[in-house]
Structure formats: structure tokens, C-alpha cells
Design a protein around this ligand. Structure first.
Ligand code: FAD
Length: 419
């Protein structure tokens, strides 16, 4: 399929012709008996991997197998925040690659993903927290990533309506990354799906993987609700179901599944033109182009595969919002939903080969998985094509929990309950 269907000429001719000539964005092919590469999971990471695998690495015989529909997982459920304001050497180059890919993504896959670099401000409320952010900002700048330290007056210029004099959590300032922002989340899935399809990738929806067949220590195919499909290589990109799918090949991953909720208010006039996070609790907020306030906080704190959350977390998130910006107290909550996310034992992802030949893993994506989508897809494609990790993702190995090379990005100890 041509990848130029959204040219200005096409848009004008369709507008004049009653929009009758648009084609489906991707085909609905029947599964072939076998593929060179099968990617399990049609979320952002799986689709991005297939896209780059075909486009950059020239692999053509690829399928993405998705149990639901494209966009039904976390890629269509998250709070849309992107940033590359990380501290550790294992993380900063990876997330900065992602940011650079975001910056060229719409031109690359010719799709409007509404990428908006409106900036992100992480607030600090104590001297110690300021010191931690100074350190983080310096680490970012040493890696060539933009970072700016704001005092309270500097934050006030961007967000005058915050509660600066809250006795418990006075706002002292913030660390700003101007290139951070938001992206229309499900458009990312649609853009990658359309781009992958245009490269000949088969996107097979409503096809649940129920087993992974191995022969003599090598993965050779997948059992699915639409029959057996053979593969030379199988990549798992199943987000909150990683441990469940990997266990089909006998792997016991250092991952738990957790629910995270997102919230959207009724539409209001333009109010917040950046992303802001509360430093004294867990609360982050931005405003969508439709006017809704999009916000979230902590995960629900218990293991679950249900894509919905519970009331105590709703209360906790709203309390965080009220402490930060009491002005939102009279705005009505319109919708909330949950997604199932992986939580690895150090809160960081895994992109690696597994001990089973031909079986590759892209997992452990939790709070920060959406912003990582382009780099994760790119690095996973590199791994699948070349059998070696891309240089920016070498910290994300599977055996780090056994060898002690865990990634302590938050600096509070590599414990899942703290991430
Ligand atoms: C409420 C919420 C808010 C978030 N906010 C942010 C944010 O602001 N910024 C950020 O960076 N990250 C955020 N995240 C995290 C981010 O969304 C995820 O880490 C990331 O989307 C996970 O990767 P994915 O897109 O590939 O996942 P998914 O879209 O979940 O894709 C995985 C796919 O695998 C499929 N699958 C599972 N099992 C099988 C099977 N057996 N057979 C076939 N297919 C299978 C699923 O159906 C699913 O479609 C948020 C997450 C949630 C839930």
C-alpha cells in the first residue's frame, strides 16, 4: 500500500468527493503458515518493532499477532506523556533516542500523531529534592539533553494557578524539559500499524497466542486461537501480559502485573499548556486539545489482569491534584480507566534474548513505557535483525537481576513497590 495517502491533494479530493475513497488503514490478512519473524502483541512497542524491522532492517516476512484490536492495550490507555529527563547512563541515551525519534516520527510514518512538545515541569518542594533535580538536570545536560532549573518565580510564569504556599508542600521550583510533552497515544498505534502494513507486515488482530512451541531448546512457532503459525524468530511485546506469555515457553520472568489508572475531566478552556508533575505525591497532569484535563498517579498497588481500577486510588490521585492545584476542585471527572502494566523488580524494562533460542523479549514497561515506544521498537528490531543489542539499550538485559546489575533510576533502591 502506498504510504502517501495523506497528501494534501488526497485530503482535498476526498473532501470534495464526500470522503468515499479512503481505504482501510491496514489489511486484515489471514495468517500464513510461517513467518521469518512473529511479534506477539500489537501495542505500540510490537508495532514499532515491526515497522523498523521492515523499514530499517529490510526484513519483509513479518507478522504482528494481537489478541484484541490495535490500540486496545496500554498504547491507547496511557496519559500520553513523553520526556527524556532521566538520570542514569543506562537510561538517558535510550530515552533521548526515543525523543529524537518522536521528533521526526510524523514525517517518517506520514501520520498525524499530534506530537506536542509543550514541555514538562517536575516540581520540587524541599531543598533535598531540589538537590536531586539539580543532579538529574546536570546528568541530562552532560548527555546533551535539554534541562532547565526553575525557581518558584520561574514556575509561576508557566503555572500561576498552582498552590505555591501550601504549608505542607510549598513549591520551591521545578526541573523543566522544554522538549518533553504529549503525543496522541492511539494515533501512535495507528501510525505504526499503517506504516508497518505499507511495508508488507501482516497485522493479525483477534488472534490470541495460547502456546509457544519449542523443539530442541529452540522456539519454532506459536499456538494461537487461529491455529499454529511457524516462525524463525519470535519477539514478545505483550506489555502487562509478558510474564503470562513467557511462561508458555517455561520462562519465569522477574515481572509482576499491576493496574494503572488514567483520568479525564470534562472539557474546559485552555488552562495548562505544559505537563506538570507534583513532587510531594504522585500526580501528573496535562490538558488535551479537546480541553479535558488528563491526569494520573500511582498504580493500584496489587497484582491484577483486570483493565480497571479501584476507588482508593481515585481518591489518592484526586487528593494529589487538589494539593497541587485547588482550582481543579470544581471540574467534573468525565472518564477513568485502567491498563495492565508489567512491573519488573527494578522498575526498568527488559529488551534481550531469552535463554531459549529464537525467542526474544521486550517487557517490563511500566509508567514510562509510552515515551519509550519509538526507541524500544527500534532497539527490539535491531536485536531481532542482528541478534545483538543496539548500543543505547545494553543496560536492559534479562540477567541483571541475577548478576546484580539492576537499574536504580529513582535512587531509592531497586524495589518494585517504590517505582
Ligand atoms: C493508565 C496508564 C497511563 C500511562 N501513562 C503513561 C505516560 O503518560 N507516559 C508513558 O511513557 N507511559 C505511560 N504508561 C505506560 C505505557 O502505556 C506502557 O508502558 C506501554 O504502552 C506498554 O507498551 P505497549 O504499547 O506495547 O503495550 P500494549 O498496548 O498493552 O500492547 C501489548 C499488547 O499485547 C497484547 N497481548 C497480550 N497477551 C497476548 C497474547 N497472549 N496474544 C496476543 N496478544 C497479546 C495485548 O492485547 C496488547 O495489545 C501508562 C500506562 C497506563 C496503563
Amino acid at each position: 500500500m502506498a504510504n502517501d495517502r495523506f497528501s494534501i491533494f488526497k485530503v482535498i479530493s476526498e473532501a470534495l468527493g464526500g470522503h468515499k475513497g479512503w481505504q482501510p488503514m491496514w489489511r486484515e490478512p489471514e495468517p500464513k503458515p510461517a513467518y521469518d519473524v512473529i511479534i506477539v502483541g500489537g501495542g505500540g512497542h510490537g508495532l514499532a518493532a515491526a515497522y523498523y524491522l521492515a523499514k530499517v532492517y529490510g526484513v519483509k516476512n513479518i507478522a504482528v499477532v494481537e489478541k484484541g484490536w490495535i490500540g486496545s492495550g496500554n498504547v491507547g490507555r496511557n496519559t500520553t506523556i513523553i520526556r527524556s529527563n532521566y538520570l542514569l547512563p543506562g537510561n538517558v541515551p535510550f530515552y533521548e533516542l526515543s525523543m529524537k525519534l518522536w521528533e521526526g516520527l510524523e514525517q517518517d510514518f506520514n501520520y498525524n500523531a499530534m506530537i506536542s512538545q509543550r514541555g514538562i515541569i517536575n516540581l520540587f518542594h524541599s531543598d533535598a529534592q531540589r538537590d536531586a533535580y539539580v543532579r538529574r538536570g546536570n546528568a541530562m545536560r552532560l548527555h546533551g539533553v535539554d534541562a532547565e532549573l526553575l525557581d518558584a518565580a520561574g514556575v509561576k510564569k508557566h503555572l500561576p494557578f498552582l498552590n505555591f504556599t501550601n504549608n505542607r508542600f510549598p513549591i520551591q521550583g521545578g526541573l523543566r524539559q522544554a522538549r518533553g510533552g504529549t503525543v496522541r497515544h492511539d494515533a501512535v498505534a495507528w501510525g505504526y500499524a499503517r506504516g508497518a502494513d505499507a511495508q508488507g507486515v501482516d497485522i493479525i488482530q483477534s488472534c490470541e497466542v495460547t502456546g509457544i512451541r519449542t523443539e530442541k531448546g529452540r522456539a519454532v512457532g506459536i499456538e494461537t486461537t487461529r491455529g499454529y503459525i511457524g516462525a524463525k524468530k519470535i519477539g514478545l511485546a505483550c506489555a502487562g501480559n509478558s510474564s503470562r506469555v513467557a511462561s508458555m515457553a517455561g520462562l519465569n520472568l522477574p515481572i509482576e502485573s499491576h493496574v494503572l489508572q488514567a483520568f479525564v475531566s470534562e472539557g474546559i478552556k485552555p488552562f495548562i499548556d505544559t505537563v506538570v508533575t507534583f513532587g510531594a505525591g504522585h500526580f501528573y497532569i496535562s490538558q488535551s486539545d479537546k480541553g479535558g484535563l488528563v491526569f494520573g498517579g500511582d498504580l493500584d498497588g496489587y497484582n491484577s489482569y483486570a483493565q480497571r481500577g479501584n476507588l482508593p486510588t481515585i481518591e489518592d490521585v484526586c487528593e494529589g491534584g487538589m494539593a497541587l492545584m485547588p482550582a481543579i476542585g470544581r471540574v467534573r471527572l468525565l472518564r477513568h480507566w485502567g491498563g495492565i502494566m508489567d512491573m519488573s523488580m527494578d522498575g526498568s524494562p527488559i529488551i534481550d534474548k531469552t535463554p531459549i533460542d529464537g525467542l526474544y523479549l521486550n517487557a517490563g514497561w511500566c509508567y514510562g513505557g509510552f515515551k519509550a515506544t519509538p526507541a524500544s521498537g527500534f532497539c527490539f528490531a535491531h536485536l531481532l535483525a542482528k541478534d545483538e543489542m543496539h548500543s543505547v539499550g545494553t543496560a536492559y538485559r534479562l540477567d541483571r537481576f541475577a548478576t546484580g546489575h539492576t537499574i536504580d533510576e529513582k535512587g531509592v533502591g531497586a524495589q518494585p513497590n517504590l517505582h
